[in-house]
Write a protein that binds this ligand. Structure first.
Ligand code: NAD
Length: 291
């Protein structure tokens, strides 16, 4: 039997449509929700992600401004751009696309964004709220999107064993906190590059969230029959049969769908949910700045 596919594209579009009345309400007060996206350098994947975010803004009726900065730019110049956007009252959300070139301190750039404009949810004040059990603010988009997939698919997690593979500031760590929060009540294990016996730990999990960044790393033998598998990974692997020369694969092997109960596809799973939550955060930020 093959797993039920959790269609992030479909769920993401529903979330975007649900924003419609909030956007028209803002527009009726002559407030135009506005997202500024800063991209530094010419990383091809980042350019695709930023274009997808711009297209989502167009779909939703959110104004977007893209600021392209040279890959050799200094940290001071990036911070000056962020400060300029912070003081522009017509801008409600600011996002600096990751990864930044080597030598730039990403945390410092993130923390320079005003917390109320931090639509990526990476500012230490927004992450700090989450740690304190308050998930009503601007949450990191990828983990928040995963929670929405689980919620809209009526997947009950109370008392379930959840394994999050990866402990990054933007995905793994906030994901673990959201799963363990009161009301969701999963029993959470966080695995990382130093974890021993990962396959054994994985076999005990009712939910596996893979956020590693290694193509097809999680194997079907590691997965408990019927488990829920969320594949966060977006990896480019060479494929000469494609015009682009590559294809996208997740962190989870394709055979996992033969064992799991539910699975998110790559592409079309977590990615579109991340973008939908960015739209949602931009509207939340606009509303809170317009009160
Ligand atoms: P990261 O490199 O910051 O973190 C990777 C994590 O994986 C680390 O915590 C590390 O300890 C862990 N890890 C590495 N090797 C491991 C191993 N052998 N065993 C167990 N754990 C191991 O990456 P990230 O930013 O968290 O992103 C992870 C993946 O998710 C990437 O493929 C990225 O492109 C993708 N991503 C997708 C979306 C989306 O919207 N779908 C959003 C963000 C990131």
């Amino acid at each position: 039997m093959s797993a039920t596919v959790l269609d992030g594209k479909k769920i993401g579009r529903v979330i975007e449509e649900e924003l419609f009345h909030r956007i028209t309400n803002l527009q009726s007060k002559e407030i135009a929700p506005h997202l500024a996206v800063v991209i530094v350098g010419d990383d091809p994947a980042s350019h695709v992600y930023v274009r997808n975010k711009e297209m989502a803004c167009e779909r939703c009726g959110i104004k977007s401004t893209r600021i392209d900065l040279d890959g050799n730019i200094s940290e001071e110049e990036i911070l000056a751009t962020v400060n300029m956007l912070n003081s522009d009252n017509s801008v409600h959300g600011i996002l600096v696309q990751s990864p930044l070139p080597k030598g730039i301190n990403e945390s410092m750039v993130t923390d320079a964004i005003l917390p109320e404009k931090d639509v990526d949810g990476f500012h230490k004040m927004n992450l700090g709220r989450l740690v304190q059990g308050d998930s009503s603010g601007l949450l990191p988009c990828t983990p928040a999107g995963i929670m929405k997939i689980l919620e809209s698919s009526d997947i009950e997690l109370s008392g379930k064993n959840a394994l999050v593979i990866g402990r990054s500031r933007i995905v793994g760590m906030p994901m673990s906190i959201l799963l363990a929060q009161r009301g969701i009540d999963a029993t959470v294990t966080i695995a990382h590059s130093r974890t021993k016996n990962l396959s054994e730990i994985c076999r005990k999990a009712d939910l596996v969230v893979a956020a590693i960044g290694k193509p097809e790393f999680v194997k079907s033998e590691w997965i408990k029959s019927g488990a829920i598998v969320i594949d966060v990974g977006i990896n480019r692997v060479e494929d000469s049969s494609r015009k682009s020369g590559y294809r996208l694969v997740g962190d989870v092997d394709s055979d996992v769908s033969k064992v799991a109960g539910y699975i998110t596809p790559v592409p079309g799973g977590v990615g579109p949910m991340t973008i939908a939550m960015l739209m949602s955060n931009t509207i939340m930020a606009t509303e809170s700045q317009s009160m």
